[in-house]
Design a protein around this ligand. Structure first.
Ligand code: NAD
Length: 512
């Protein structure tokens, strides 16, 4: 039985000091789960290896975590297959699966402060932002739990002599490989629909943020998920991730991460059993500002938040700001003023807007792009340097480049950090051309008061989602995903259930 970290004796944390007390309890007094979860047992990696997970805001080591490899993947796949074939979960009534998943959502809610804290400590994001992620994660599990016993199959309109039934069936063993930028929320987006549909799921969290996934494993056990139906393999992509992707007995890879790794996974599927590969990958999203907007202060505030939220470590970050040249100078000044208010702070301070970069490698990668931007001739208007909070940590302030042009790396490549590239445009035609001139197609923003223009431009943007007069409005009921090299699937909503089930067509002859 797990105990919520905040209890009536330790009330809900509200201040920096409250969160610091909880963090101390969690990391020093309460044992963090660091072992893999395979076949209903918490175990060390078969090879005995571990890796270190570090708090990037302080440099302190949080834990040594089991580093799984191919042997662990093989054991987990075998257990997942046994579970699937047993039918205990896969053939349980949808209402029965719903009850367990609702219990899981309830347990996640009771433990949301601990889960949020684990993500903040592990990857440096502000704790209030982590709490928002928990609401998204819990809402996602609930949504799929509530949906699954309300979906019907089809009777096809065939002739009277036969009956054509269209049924949905779970795929079998799903390996979910997820990134570190929204650790538990990305996990929920994958496992919610996959479990609701009746699959056995093996989760491979990022090696940069494994802790909340292992805590979640404890909660799934408490919720009553049957043995082998949910397992967690912490470890590296090139070891355990690759082994799952090459397995001959995994039926689906559900991936969120970079486009480069997504391409590798498709190759692994081709080299093995042609498993289904469902990808949510990177982005370089354009945010297009037309001069007819009424409240440019409000628009600038949103444009800054679109890139600086979560330290810019967001797949749908509005990293390319396209501004109509007649207002560009004044608008960029407003964005700079907004950015000034979004400086990084202690991730445990509920007032911090930005936290730390996830690790040294990401910190260096972002700084390298900034150096390239300067070398390529863009105008650095804000930030651009490594900073620290209380003399510690891997932070970078909001960085704005103006005068970015098509060929510059900072205007084309996904940086995954707090770096905004500003382009100017003169006409609607040019705005659409610039917006679509990208390998990616995850999100696009469009700000205007002109409804005709909004509809014209929305139709022409090659993007999985278009935000009109907002950035990143979200709801569990609306699908999330990209086109082009941003991916080929959809998370969230009923549509995500389709990713985790196959259609079976049944022909029954009646006129014999
Ligand atoms: P990443 O691709 O480096 O890693 C993602 C996951 O894949 C990790 O668990 C990693 O261990 C694993 N992995 C790496 N190499 C592998 C291999 N050869 N075989 C199997 N698994 C492997 O991405 P990241 O740095 O963790 O996350 C950042 C990226 O994720 C960005 O590109 C971002 O845009 C993207 N992302 C996309 C979405 C979306 O919904 N489209 C959401 C969040 C993040």
């Amino acid at each position: 039985m797990t105990m919520p970290l905040s209890t009536p004796e330790t009330p809900i944390p509200e201040t920096l000091a409250d969160w610091q007390v909880l963090a101390k309890r969690l990391t020093t007094e309460q044992r963090l789960e660091t072992r893999a979860y395979i076949d209903d047992a918490f175990v060390d990696a078969a090879g005995g290896a571990t890796f270190t997970t570090v708090n990037p805001a302080t440099g302190e080591t949080l834990a040594e975590v089991a580093s799984c490899d191919a042997a662990d993947a093989e054991a987990a796949v075998a257990a997942a297959r046994r579970a699937f074939e047993s039918g205990e979960w896969s053939r349980r009534s949808p209402a029965g699966r719903k009850a367990v998943l609702l219990k899981l959502a309830e347990l996640m809610e009771a433990n949301q402060h601990e889960l949020a804290l684990l993500d903040s400590l592990d990857m440096g994001k502000p704790v209030n932002s982590s709490l928002g992620d928990m609401a998204g994660a819990i809402g996602c599990i609930r949504h799929h739990a509530e949906s699954i016993d309300k979906l019907y199959g089809e009777v096809a309109p065939t002739g009277e002599e036969s009956l054509g039934l269209v049924m949905r069936e779970p795929l079998g063993v799903v390996a979910s490989i997820v990134p570190w930028n929204f650790p538990l929320m990305m996990t929920a987006w994958k496992i919610g629909p996959a479990l609701a549909a009746g699959n056995s799921v093996i989760l491979k969290p990022s090696e940069k943020s494994p802790l909340s996934a292992l805590r979640l494993a404890e909660l799934t056990r408490e919720a009553g998920l049957s043995r082998g139906v949910f397992q967690v393999l912490p470890g590296f992509g090139h070891t355990v991730g690759k082994a799952l992707a090459l397995s001959m007995d995994v039926d689906c890879l559900a991936f969120t991460g970079s486009t480069g790794v997504g391409k590798q996974l498709m190759q692994y599927a081709g080299q093995s059993n042609l498993k289904k590969v469902f990808l949510e990958c990177g982005g370089k999203s354009p945010n297009v500002i037309f001069a007819d907007c009424k409240d440019l202060d409000r628009v600038a505030e949103h444009a800054a938040a679109a890139i600086f939220h979560n330290q810019g470590e967001v797949c749908i970050a509005g990293s390319r700001l396209l501004v109509e040249n007649t207002i560009r100078e004044a608008f960029v000044d407003k964005v700079l003023a907004a950015a000034e208010r979004m400086q990084p702070g202690d991730p445990l301070d509920p007032d911090s807007f930005m936290g730390a970069m996830v690790d040294q490698a990401q910190h260096e990668r972002v700084l390298d792009y900034i150096r390239r931007g300067v070398a390529e001739g863009a105008t650095l208007r804000a930030g651009g340097e490594a900073t620290q909070v209380e003399g510690k940590g891997l932070f970078i302030g909001p960085t704005v480049f103006d005068g970015v042009t098509d060929g510059m790396a900072i205007g084309r490549e996904e940086i995954f950090g707090p770096v905004l590239a500003v382009f100017g445009f003169d006409t609607e035609e040019e705005a659409v051309r610039l917006a679509n001139d990208s390998d990616y197609g995850l999100a696009a923003g469009l700000w205007s008061q002109d409804i005709d223009r909004i509809m014209r431009v929305t139709r022409r943007l090659r993007s999985g989602q278009v935000f009109v007069n907002n950035w990143a409005d979200m709801d569990q009921t609306v699908p999330f995903g990209g086109v082009k090299q941003s991916g080929n699937g959809r998370d969230k909503s009923h549509h995500s259930l389709e990713e985790y089930s196959d259609l079976k067509s049944v022909w029954m002859t009646l006129a014999v």
